[in-house]
Design a protein around this ligand. Structure first.
Ligand code: GDP
Length: 510
């Protein structure tokens, strides 16, 4: 192929897998329109989400129900501080020690699996607190299938218990109640269940569908009953996923390892992740070099619902970022470039909005001031302006100059109404009329014209122009008639010049 042909080929690579080719400079709105989507409802999330949907996600058709296979539930533990979330996660992890290799190191990667004797699996997210749950919800991604709500039996429903219920409700995720610290003598599980009624959490014994399990996270009591309740709920939810096709997943945690570089823990939601896959997440991408399970053991593949650690990222994506597989490294780079561009656009748009708002504010302020002045008499107006423009006031000359002239006739021209008005306002503050009269014979907008020259000639005047021009023929004409044209682009320079002109006509101080 000739150079020309290679060039053409390179240019032709489409940016979407679907029907729409994304031009490098397209805005998100233009893109949405091109795809026939309504920006308001399409993606329904952040720009990042829209960009990802636009660039890669939407083209993948929904999975065929026939190919769906069961997957483990993903569980998040929520509850009030000190009610025992961390202890429960630790105890659950400890139940797995037997299944781990002797001497194996349990490392915290943000998620782990509990293997049930029956062969079922449960994936627990152990990112501390609600942070991850909220972050993912905010991005419109929701990896959690079930929330285990931990309430301490001696403490009852507290502020964060209520918040946790709200989080779960908003996300449409069902609850299981774990009444903790039941080993304590003051524990009162029945009170907890009754208190929860007020928050629409109705346990089975009250005719509701929320399973409640009395546990002691500290002593490891009833943990398997809790796990079985989770499996039962998962079965009812019929959690299934498509383990074929392009990979889709979510970043649970992201960290930098000295030896391995950027690492993420991810939950795969669709497809099967393998070494060599090319992924994008946020504004970074990966060619998957290694996959590790929660025990740090290298694995060949990760299917939906299973936590996996991914090595091969260029940078760390953020928790909650959507992971999408693309066909090639080149494509991944294009997606990242496009998202970066889209984000900049959005930022620029926001910056511009701020500037425009400020300008509007200033304009309103100016108009208000003008309105106030409009109702004043000439003298009052002069007094106000005197105060405002004190620094621009005309001063009397310090030295004696020629005084054969005692009137200054002026022609004032400006580029816009505002500039002419500004000059006139300042001239208003002139108060040495006794010594030298100030006579504004004409003012208006536009470049210096022949008419201005004739006026200046008739009244023996001087022409002052702000941000206007005088063409060569006008300049020549003025020269011939001995008329001064003074052009300025900076208002205070024009005023200085005016002062000089006046001062040259004022009598000396005696
Ligand atoms: P978190 O803030 O919800 O993560 O709560 P922690 O797991 O840090 O637990 C707070 C305190 O409660 C710790 O001192 C735990 O040892 C204690 N604790 C947790 N679970 C139990 C339990 O089942 N019984 C008793 N007696 N104490 C517990």
């Amino acid at each position: 192929a000739t150079k020309e042909e290679t060039k053409k080929k390179k240019k032709k690579i489409p940016l979407t897998r679907g029907e729409v080719e994304i031009k490098q400079k397209m805005t998100v709105e233009e893109l949405a329109r091109a795809m026939g989507k309504d920006i308001g409802v399409w993606g329904g999330g952040s720009l990042d989400h829209m960009a990802s949907s636009a660039v890669v996600g939407m083209a993948q058709p929904p999975a065929d129900p026939a190919v769906l296979t069961p997957r483990p539930p993903v569980v998040t533990i929520l509850g009030h501080v000190d009610h025992g979330k961390t202890t429960l996660l630790d105890s659950l992890r400890k139940t797995q020690v037997a299944s781990m290799e002797a001497g194996g190191i349990t490392q915290h990667i943000g998620a782990f699996i509990v293997h049930m004797p029956s062969g079922e699996k449960i994936t627990f997210l152990d990112t501390p607190g609600h942070a991850a749950f909220s972050a993912m919800r905010a991005r419109g991604t929701n990896v959690t299938d079930i929330v285990i709500l931990v309430v301490a039996a001696e403490d009852g429903v507290m502020q964060q218990t209520i918040e946790s219920i709200q989080h779960a409700k908003n996300a449409g995720v069902p609850l299981i109640l774990a009444i903790n610290k039941c080993d304590k003598p003051e524990a009162d599980p029945e009170r907890v269940k009754k208190e929860l009624l007020a928050h629409d959490v109705v346990c089975e014994e009250f005719g509701g569908d929320v399973q409640a399990v009395n546990i002691s996270a500290l002593k490891g009591e009833n943990l398997m009953v809790l796990a079985e309740a989770t499996v039962a709920l998962a079965e009812m939810l019929e959690l299934k996923a498509d383990a074929t096709g392009l990979v889709e997943g979510t970043v649970i945690e992201s960290r930098k390892d000295k030896g391995k570089g950027p690492l993420t823990t991810a939950i795969i939601q669709r497809g099967t992740l393998r070494k060599g896959c090319v992924l994008v997440a946020g504004k970074t991408w990966a060619k998957v070099r290694f996959l590790f399970d929660e025990n740090g053991k290298a694995v060949d593949a990760a299917s939906p619902g299973i936590p996996v650690e991914i090595m091969g990222w260029k940078e760390c994506p953020s928790a909650g970022d959507e992971i999408l597989e693309v066909e090639s490294e080149q494509r991944a780079q294009e997606v990242v470039a496009w998202r970066t561009y889209a984000e900049q656009q959005e930022k620029m748009k926001k910056d511009l909005e701020v500037i425009e708002a400020k300008q509007k504010e200033h304009r309103l302020e100016y108009e208000k001031k003008q309105q106030k002045l409009a109702h004043l008499t000439w003298r009052q107006r002069k007094a106000v302006l005197y105060k405002a423009n004190k620094h621009l006031m005309f001063s009397r000359p310090k030295e004696r100059t020629e005084m054969d002239e005692n009137t200054l006739s002026l022609i004032v021209k400006g580029d816009v109404d505002g500039s002419v008005e500004a000059i006139l306002n300042i001239l208003d503050t002139y108060d040495c009329e006794d010594e030298c009269k100030l006579d504004i014979i004409y003012f208006g907008m536009g470049d210096i014209s022949e008419n201005d020259i004739s006026l200046a000639e008739a009244f023996n005047g001087v022409i002052f122009g702000f941000s206007v021009k005088a063409n060569e023929s006008i300049k020549k004409l003025a020269d011939k008639k001995g008329i001064k044209i003074k052009l300025h682009n900076i208002i205070y320079k024009l005023i200085e010049d005016l002062k000089d002109e006046l001062n040259s006509r004022l009598p000396p101080i005696v």
